[in-house]
Design a protein. Structure first.
Ligand SMILES: Cc1cc2nc3c(=O)[nH]c(=O)nc-3n(C[C@H](O)[C@H](O)[C@H](O)COP(=O)(O)OP(=O)(O)OC[C@H]3O[C@@H](n4cnc5c(N)ncnc54)[C@H](O)[C@@H]3O)c2cc1C
Length: 287
């Protein structure tokens, strides 16, 4: 199928984007990398009368340190993140996740902001944002608004972003030396969306784990943090007995949902195995 007819605008500043959004309201759709939007237009799941292309808006680009956080502009592509020394140095979880996102051609165009805005439960960036306690910086007619990742994802493809807002950037707190991470994902073929995936982070100290974050993709109908399992692990020194307890806690807590290829029970089992592997990975970095 072909997309319905639409007008096209290519503003070069954030102010122009906001003016176009105000003028066209619900009839407008923001176009970032187009790697999701083009498909939904072609399938006629969305029929906007105008696309507002964000490619020429420099304010939405760039990766930089801003205070104690790394700021990733909304229009930064998946490839940009994979190639970034700043990301590799400060937030290696993101570097580890990049190769799991689709294929190179899609990674060259698809954007961080587009992925966060779309809020796909099986996508990598929403889970990483949760695991890293990131903040979404949104802009609308009332100005800027910062939304913590754990408040941002509200349901299946649903976020706290309002119709008159766009994402300008995400801010991710820089990590210290004791901060460990693990990223794991199972997909049917390389580049497919995740069947189940886990982005895990914690500070690993001789006295125990701190700030444990377990963020899941593909497991339930939205990007999801298993907070009860996190709480069980918080302050504890990892042992095989604790890992077994954590796996049981996760099974009780996270009510996995079936997809076209995997049952809920299979996903629950896979998540348990993934948790065990991730905790072993975190433990290897214990001082
Ligand atoms: C074959 C295929 C496989 C894929 N596999 C994966 C995968 O394994 N993992 C994965 O994570 N993704 C995957 N994707 C999706 C891809 O990563 C997209 O790049 C990603 O969803 C973001 O899309 P985009 O930047 O191209 O945004 P677009 O497609 O341009 O936009 C997506 C949506 O977000 C809105 N939007 C975009 N930018 C903003 C903004 N700044 N503020 C507010 N709203 C905005 C748009 O209006 C639109 O509704 C795949 C895509 C394809 C085609």
């Amino acid at each position: 199928m072909k997309a319905p007819a639409f007008s096209y605008a290519r503003p070069s500043s954030l102010a122009e984007v906001l003016a176009l959004m105000a003028e066209h309201g619900e009839e407008a759709r923001l176009l970032a990398g187009g790697q999701t939007l083009h498909a939904t237009l072609n399938m006629r799941l969305s029929e906007p009368s105008i696309l507002i292309d964000l490619q020429a808006v420099n304010e939405l680009k760039g990766i930089e340190i801003a205070g104690d956080a790394l700021r990733i502009g909304a229009m930064v592509t998946h490839t940009d993140i994979g190639n970034s020394d700043l990301v590799a140095q400060h937030l290696p979880l993101l570097s580890a996740a990049v190769p799991h996102i689709a294929h190179r051609a899609i990674r060259n165009l698809g954007t961080f902001g587009g992925s966060i805005a779309y809020g796909d439960p099986a996508a990598e960036w929403p889970a990483c944002l949760l695991a890293l306690d990131g903040v979404v910086v949104a802009m609308g007619p009332q100005g800027k608004r910062r939304i913590a990742a754990h408040d941002f994802f509200t349901g299946l493809y649903s976020t706290d972003l309002q119709d008159d807002e766009l994402i300008v950037a995400c801010e991710l707190p820089l990590k210290t030396g004791t901060h460990a991470f693990a990223f794991d994902e199972l997909a049917r073929r390389h580049g497919d969306y995740a069947v189940v995936g886990l982005a895990a982070t914690a500070q690993v100290k001789a006295t125990g784990l701190q700030h444990v974050r377990l963020a899941w993709l593909g497991a339930v109908s939205q990007p999801y943090r298993s907070t009860q399992t996190e709480a069980l692990l918080e302050g504890q020194v990892l042992s095989e007995a604790l890992i077994t307890q954590a796996m049981q806690c996760l099974k009780d807590e996270m009510l996995t949902e079936a997809d076209l290829t995997h049952s809920a029970a299979a996903k629950s089992h896979l998540a348990g195995v993934m948790l065990k592997r991730a905790l072993h990975t975190l433990n290897r970095t214990r001082p």
